[in-house]
Design a protein around this ligand. Structure first.
Ligand SMILES: NC(=O)c1ccc[n+]([C@@H]2O[C@H](COP(=O)([O-])OP(=O)(O)OC[C@H]3O[C@@H](n4cnc5c(N)ncnc54)[C@H](OP(=O)(O)O)[C@@H]3O)[C@@H](O)[C@H]2O)c1
Length: 340
């Protein structure tokens, strides 16, 4: 290893609401040495994930001195297990840092010939898998369903929008900006999209787009967006609660309209899920997602920030909605030979 220190980002103060730059600090520590059964990796791409904001409020999930957790795609530098070799590309929960030592069984091997390695954090990773299982296993979409997706232009949402279109659904996105509306409709083939942030008429426009109600609501955000969608549910609607990003920074959960009576009357099914519930079926889903990407049926868009020092800015930007598609941070690569 030619670099001498491991730079990492830690939390120095627990954010109230949206994090700010000064909540984070860069620390330098020795590069870890892998123990038997462990693998030393150099991180190449970091995934900016909304759940990390939730973790920041919970000392048990994220002690203050801890490196900010998060998924990464990385190159193996040294391996103390025969399953991996130097130069292999892997994905795992490796944190916001240059180097990490991880047990071999916590890493997934990535084949750089299949697709750009960054997609292992997006459409061919957690985001694509979450969309896949949320739609097919939780919401159980059918052709001609009207599917409404919140945070539709983000990583999970954009994958869900495309998969639902491929299944013959009518897809309506809820998103934050005109640029994202155009992306959803022009690039991803959504039937319509509405701007919840800047269009005061977005709720009535959504209702116009769903004349027979919402058969499936793929919810990434919760809060006032969901409060507007629930009254539009059709009879026997299915709601997949994927994420509640509007709530992650709140110290106390907000109260809104009480819609359980509405769920009863419409015989709706509301189900929360974690993508890890479906881990035994990841290989089949990744096979389908990879085939879709390689055939040009699925698109992958990424918003990439450069440099570990800019990870806090990228993370805050993602929470503010500045990303289109998957928000990543690309780290400087001291060994740029092998990876695309
Ligand atoms: N269940 C699971 O296993 C699982 C796995 C992965 C992710 N998730 C969840 O899925 C959701 C999307 O994750 P992602 O990684 O794909 O992130 P993402 O959608 O790429 O980025 C987050 C987006 O959320 C929107 N947003 C932020 N604050 C909001 C608010 N107060 N109200 C409405 N929208 C808001 C922003 O888009 P706009 O411009 O549209 O506001 C932002 O771009 C998150 O809630 C995440 O926790 C769940």
């Amino acid at each position: 290893v030619s670099e001498r220190v491991n730079r990492s980002i830690t939390l120095v103060s627990r954010p109230k609401g949206l994090p700010i730059d000064s909540d984070f600090a860069m620390t330098e520590r020795p590069i870890p040495r892998p123990a038997p059964g462990e693998v030393l990796v150099r991180n190449l791409y970091l995934s900016m994930d909304p759940w990390v904001r939730s973790a920041m409020s919970h000392p048990s999930m994220m002690p203050q001195t801890m490196v900010v957790p998060g998924d990464a795609v990385s190159r193996v530098i040294e391996s103390k297990h025969p399953h991996f070799h130097p130069g292999d590309v892997v994905q795992g929960l490796l944190g916001w840092q240059d180097y990490a030592a991880a047990p071999w069984y916590a890493l997934r091997r990535i084949d750089p010939r299949v697709a750009p390695i960054s997609t292992a954090l997006g459409i061919l990773g957690g985001s694509g898998l979450t969309a896949w299982f949320g739609l097919f296993a939780v919401a159980r979409i059918k052709p001609r369903d009207t599917v409404v997706i919140s945070a539709a232009a983000g990583a999970v949402g954009s994958a869900a929008a495309q998969l639902a279109k491929l299944c013959g659904c009518r897809v309506i996105g809820i998103t934050g900006s005109e640029e994202k509306v155009r992306y959803l409709v022009d690039d991803l083939g959504a039937d319509a999209a509405v701007r919840y942030k800047t269009d005061p008429a977005w709720q009535s426009k959504l209702a116009v787009q769903c004349p027979f109600g919402v058969d499936v609501y793929f919810d990434n955000v919760g809060g006032r967006v969901s409060d507007a969608v629930f009254p539009m549910l059709s009879a026997r609607a299915r709601v997949a609660i994927c994420g509640q990003i509007a709530e992650y920074a709140r110290p106390i959960a907000a109260t809104g309209p009480r819609w359980l009576g509405l769920v009863l009357g419409r015989r709706a099914r509301v189900q929360g899920f974690l993508v890890t519930d479906f881990a035994p079926w990841f290989p089949q889903a990744l096979h389908g997602l990879t085939a879709g990407l390689r055939a040009g049926l699925l698109r992958s868009r990424e918003t990439i920030e450069q440099g570990l020092e800019n990870a806090p800015r990228a993370f805050i930007g993602m929470l503010e909605g500045r990303n289109v598609g998957k928000q990543l941070v690309k780290l400087d690569d001291p060994f740029p030979r092998t990876c695309p």
